[in-house]
Ligand binder design. Structure first.
Ligand SMILES: [Mn+2]
Length: 430
């Protein structure tokens, strides 16, 4: 599938934009070293200096960023307790998605509730991966969906990483009389619009950079102990990465933003997002494996529940992914694969190891043993192994969800026990 980016052409350089940005840049340096007080809400009282905001020395002169962060803080303060719509281009890219999420998190500090919406689809594997792995809260609103929505529920809308020219939702929102509150973008100015706040900086390569600056400047300082912040930083890193062609087109400010994000983002999750040729259902399985994994003695063990026969390949992919975690040398992922047509169920598992002294074949044979005919449930080769355990009489009847859940739990614990006997030889409960 083709990754549809916005239809903006960045080379379509309007003199208006160039002039505006060079004028703004000429103001740089004015506020250098001065403390800037942002009018924030009570939830995040912050008096900021460039010193205290974790900026790099060369960024202290970035008065435009500071000025814009301050203005955005004022805007949000003036709209406290409201509901806003964040409109993205019809085929949102990682830059748009991550920036919108950041806006939502910042606005939350002012008790503003935002819905992130787009009218088209997430067409690229990477976008789907980003949304799944970070739980990014974007919603698809088709024109049909819109008919059932009462837009008077919202007090305004904002445009992020676009200027309204690439969204089918624009005419509808305008017709509903919603005011445009903010436009934050790095594309050249697309035309005339009235907005309370405008931060359009075509000199910056990604909207994610602009949002990272807002964070750094104190609108929402990231905290690596908050999982949502880590996910958001990961999303921003991905946005920045993808809009700068893996940083190859990045400018100083983009690198500075990346440097700040590097302290918070999750490299493993980003790596998973970048391995883009995976289906959404594979991503679901990887997500489950991440969520369910148990780490013991450098083993990562994860049961992923039920999956369709067509998706069985997701299990080795999830194991490939889990084994990349720091301090993990071996990953085992398993699930119940079912073929609806035949009411057949089988437990399928995969092992991946980077430990040279661990023989996957021996490990799996030892862990699961043989069936009544003397056949082993699995085996392996260097670095990888797999197993299949037929469920026989217990196959099917999953219409009863309570039963299906119970069945999974029994298999899950049994497999874990057998594996953990080898992982922690002394912890054998029997
Ligand atoms: Mn962009």
């Amino acid at each position: 599938m083709v990754h549809l980016n916005s239809t903006f052409t960045k080379s379509n350089n309007l003199s208006l934009a160039t002039k505006a940005s060079s004028e703004q840049i000429a103001e740089d340096g004015k506020l250098e070293g001065q403390p800037v007080e942002l009018p924030l809400s009570k939830q995040s009282p912050t008096t900021l200096t460039a010193e205290g905001s974790g900026l790099f020395p060369s960024q202290r002169g970035n008065s435009l960023g500071q000025q814009k962060a301050e203005q955005l803080g004022q805007l949000l303060l003036a709209h406290q307790h409201e509901r806003q719509l964040i409109i993205l281009q019809d085929f949102p890219d990682p830059d748009a998605l991550s920036s919108a999420w950041t806006y939502q998190l910042i606005a939350q500090e002012y008790d503003i509730k935002c819905d992130i919406v787009y009218a088209g689809t997430l067409s690229h594997q990477e976008n789907i991966a980003l949304v799944k792995l970070t739980d990014l809260p974007a919603q698809r609103w088709t024109l049909q969906t819109l008919r059932g929505k009462d837009l008077s529920f919202y007090q305004g809308f904002v445009l992020i990483d676009n200027q309204g020219t690439t969204s089918q939702l624009m005419p509808v929102v305008q017709q509903a009389g919603l005011p445009l509150l903010a436009v934050i973008d790095h594309h050249n100015v697309q035309g005339d619009f009235q907005s309370e706040f405008i931060d359009i900086r075509p000199s910056i390569r990604a909207t994610a950079t602009i949002f990272t600056q807002y964070l750094q400047l104190g609108l929402l300082p990231l905290d690596s102990s908050i999982s949502q912040h880590v996910k958001c930083a990961t999303a921003l890193m991905h946005g920045l990465h993808s809009d700068t062609n893996r940083l190859m087109q990045a400018k100083e400010e983009d690198f500075m933003a990346a440097a700040y994000l590097s302290k918070f983002y999750d490299a493993q999750v980003l790596k998973a997002i970048l391995q883009a040729n995976r289906s959404k259902r594979v991503m679901d399985v990887i997500e489950r494996s991440l969520k369910n994994r148990t780490l013991q003695n450098s083993f990562s063990i994860a049961g992923v529940g039920y999956l369709h026969y067509d998706d069985r390949d997701a299990i080795p992919q999830a194991a490939d992914f889990l084994v990349t975690e720091d301090n993990v040398h071996t990953a085992v992922v398993y699930g119940i694969v079912h073929d609806e047509d035949e009411e057949l169920e089988v437990v399928i598992g995969s092992l991946r190891t980077t430990k040279l002294t661990l023989d996957p074949d021996e490990f799996i044979k030892q862990a699961f043993g043989q069936d009544s005919n003397g056949r082993f449930f699995g085996g392996g080769r260097t670095g990888a192994g797999g197993f299949e355990i037929p469920m026989g009489f217990l196959s099917g009847c999953n219409e009863n969800s309570g039963y299906a859940k119970m069945k999974w739990e029994v298999f899950d614990s049994q497999i874990k026990q057998k594996l953990l006997r080898l992982v922690n030889p002394k912890d054998n409960p029997i």
